[in-house]
Design a protein around this ligand. Structure first.
Ligand code: HSE
Length: 415
């Protein structure tokens, strides 16, 4: 018997407890021994829950119990998750977490402590919820050179964007629903401003490069400026708007970004809707592969945590070589990255056609009946070039006392 403790009895922690208690035999078969749940750490009592008699309020009970070899961190946030996880690893316990904020901020140090102590620090559930992407990278694709990872990595924002697209629902209304369903972060700003996706793509990039990625180096835009008008134009194009975290390795440089992107029907991520996540990997021998599944929610995320617990139990006394080292990965300037752009402009398409063409060259123009604006799709150009033209156009119109550019979204409409 190997004993486990869960820190945090919220959505994920209660899901892990449920699976450990309900699937004891199957887990024992896989792990080679039974995994017994000894403690659940939380500030609250849960008198009517199946773990009522295992609740503890003092972290030291877990830290000091030498029988506890496996610890699940499901508290979220950095404090006290970080000091608790560090203490558990230093006490020679395996730690499994679903906490991307913790992995992105302190992963380098925690991975090193795990190596030094001959235990494991696993974090499959920190990216893509229940989708096995971390293990896929370090195990299944270990012989591959990865050129790109682009993913829909946040269930909450994908849920919101899908509902806005399909039902014309309002942003606030759908966000509330996502919170009620347990998809959103404690502070949903982390979802809608793209910070959650940013941490996830930072972790995936570090997995691929083997170097530490500072998530603060990643250019991050959320979905708060996406409106129903954007979806009206997208419909005309058979396209949709998705929040993508993307990491591309070109000529040894690593370009990483989080931003909403208008993608066409042929794009493999177009069909990833609702709370689902999808992660597209381009590698040198396999080519394109995609990983799809539930990106958030109690049991899907807990399923990934339990798989990590089993792998840790299978590797008692062995540190499985995963993750990255202390060397910092430089993130390249996105100014040279190329894209085409969807631009919404106030006013009449005919009146503004000449100015638009002078700056942006040949464009495809989209007009919606009854709208006081129009939109254009540009040719592909570098981000730096586009920004120069967009600033010139906008300031010209503002000088003439008019509204100018209302929206800019990068596009990938070719599939
Ligand atoms: N808030 C996150 C999401 C939870 O919506 O994807 C899973 O990381």
């Amino acid at each position: 018997m190997m004993y486990a403790a869960i820190m945090g009895y919220g959505t994920i922690g209660s899901g892990v407890a449920q699976i450990l208690l309900e699937s004891r035999e199957r887990i024992a078969r896989c792990a080679g021994q039974e995994i017994g749940l000894k403690y659940v750490l939380d500030l609250r009592e849960f008198p009517d829950s199946p773990v009522a008699d295992r609740i503890v309020h003092d972290f030291r009970v877990i830290e000091e119990d030498r029988q506890v070899r496996l610890v699940v961190e499901a508290m979220g946030g950095l404090n006290p998750a970080y000091p608790f996880v560090k203490a558990c690893l230093n006490a020679g316990k395996h730690v499994v977490t679903s906490n991307k904020a913790l992995v992105a901020a302190h992963g380098t140090e925690l991975l090193q402590i795990a190596r030094d102590k001959g235990v494991n620090f696993f974090f499959e559930a920190s990216v893509g919820g229940g989708i096995p992407i971390i293990r896929t990278l370090y195990r299944c694709l270990m012989g591959e050179g990865i050129r790109e990872i682009t993913g829909i990595l946040n269930g909450t924002t994908n849920f919101i964007l899908t509902k806005m697209d399909r039902e014309g629902a309002s942003f606030d209304e759908v966000l509330r629903e996502a919170q009620e369903l347990g998809y959103a972060e404690q502070n949903p700003q982390a979802d809608v401003e793209g910070h959650d996706t940013c941490r996830k793509i930072a972790i995936l990039t570090a997995m691929v490069t083997g170097k530490e990625v500072n998530y603060e180096d990643i250019s991050t835009e959320g979905i708060t400026r996406i409106t129903d008008m954007d979806f009206c134009y997208a419909k005309e194009l058979g396209a949709s708007v998705k929040l993508l975290g993307s990491s591309r390795i070109v000529d040894g440089k690593v370009y990483v970004r989080v931003a909403p992107v208008m993608i066409g029907r042929e794009h493999p991520l177009h069909a990833v809707c609702g709370v689902y996540n999808g992660i597209l990997v381009k590698s040198d021998m396999l080519g394109t592969s995609m990983y799809y599944g539930s990106g958030a929610g109690k049991l899907p995320t807990a399923s990934a945590v339990v798989a990590d617990l089993i792998e840790a139990a299978q590797n008692e006394g062995i540190n499985v070589p995963i993750g990255w080292g202390a060397e910092r990965q430089e993130i390249a300037d996105n100014g040279t990255s190329k894209s085409s752009y969807f631009v919404r402009i106030f006013g009449d398409a005919n009146e503004k056609a000449k100015a638009v063409q002078e700056e942006l060259g040949e464009v495809r123009t989209l007009v919606l009946e009854g709208a006081d604006e129009f939109a254009v799709l540009t040719r592909e150009m570098s981000e730096a070039e586009f920004t120069r033209h967009a600033i010139a156009l906008d300031s010209k119109w503002q000088k003439d006392g008019e509204d100018g550019i209302r929206q800019i979204i990068r596009t990938e409409l070719e599939g």
